[in-house]
Design a protein around this ligand. Structure first.
Ligand SMILES: Nc1nc2c(ncn2[C@@H]2O[C@H](COP(=O)(O)OP(=O)(O)OP(=O)(O)O)[C@@H](O)[C@H]2O)c(=O)[nH]1
Ligand SMILES: [Mg+2]
Length: 234
């Protein structure tokens, strides 16, 4: 099944070239990478264009301003579907998600899962180099989500995912409005609600070594009010 890896970037100049090199090693004939750049001030967008000129499998979607991960992904999903992708993946461009794990996500989707989640909290998964505060926020997010949504998902806030085409087609993408962690929770929640099958596979999440995190208090607060709302509104 032809896969497109959606790779959102904001000021990832120092990570992107190495990421493209590593993706080239694991992707198969016909698979593509779609860099979704929100006009990064550090020139990541121009760099992505250059890389697209060098590598046939790379496309770039330029967006005029930074609107958060959720908006960037929705735009990327639409482009990937329009281009005929049969599998659509989400992945960070900061090496927290290991490109070497991609084939396992793809394999699980090809084996029949409608949505595959790279999961830190199933046996075999974990985090590396994360401080206590980040670990607590992440664990707390999983706990909070379980409390309201009863999804049976160990790691609902993760952003290393593989959707089958039909899974994204079953969702009303325009209705998914969160920008941060809540985006990850809401997409998975809606997939389950559509009666589709979500599978978690273990990954090790490594804290970024290069560049700066875009995680903010606003992103956490958004998830705090949106998760209960999801339960109420469905
Ligand atoms: N296009 C786009 N990409 C974004 C935006 N915010 C973050 N990103 C990218 O999304 C990926 C994840 O963002 P990070 O900064 O690592 O944020 P995070 O993973 O939530 O936080 P950390 O766990 O601290 O790394 C990275 O590749 C970012 O460059 C955005 O508003 N637009
Ligand atoms: Mg990150």
């Amino acid at each position: 099944m032809r896969a497109t890896v959606c790779l959102p970037t904001y000021n990832e100049r120092d990570n992107l070239p190495r990421m493209i090199t590593q993706l080239a090693r694991v992707l198969r004939e016909g698979d593509r990478v779609l860099v979704i750049d929100d006009s990064s001030p550090d020139g990541t967008g121009e760099l992505a264009d250059r890389l697209a000129g060098e590598h046939e499998f790379v496309d770039v979607l330029h967006r005029p301003s930074k609107e958060g991960l959720g908006r960037a992904y929705i735009a990327g999903f639409r482009r990937a579907l329009a281009d005929g992708a049969e599998l659509v993946l989400e992945m960070d461009c900061d090496f927290s998600h290991d490109p070497a794990d991609l084939p396992r996500l793809i394999e699980a989707a090809e084996a029949g899962a409608d949505l595959v989640l790279g999961s830190r909290y199933v046996p075999g998964g974990g985090t590396r180099n994360w401080g206590l505060v980040r670990r607590l926020i992440s664990r707390g997010g999983s706990f909070y989500t379980a409390l309201f949504l009863h999804m049976g998902i160990k790691d609902p806030t993760g952003g290393f995912k593989c959707f089958r085409r039909r899974t994204l087609e079953a969702l009303d993408l325009d209705a998914i409005t969160p920008r941060g962690y809540a985006f990850q929770i809401e997409t998975t929640y809606r997939v389950q609600r559509a009666g589709l099958r979500v599978v978690e596979i273990p990954i090790t999440f490594v804290d970024r070594e290069v560049g700066t995190s875009k995680m903010s208090r606003a992103v956490v607060l958004e998830a705090i009010w949106r998760v209960p709302l999801l339960r109420v509104r469905g």
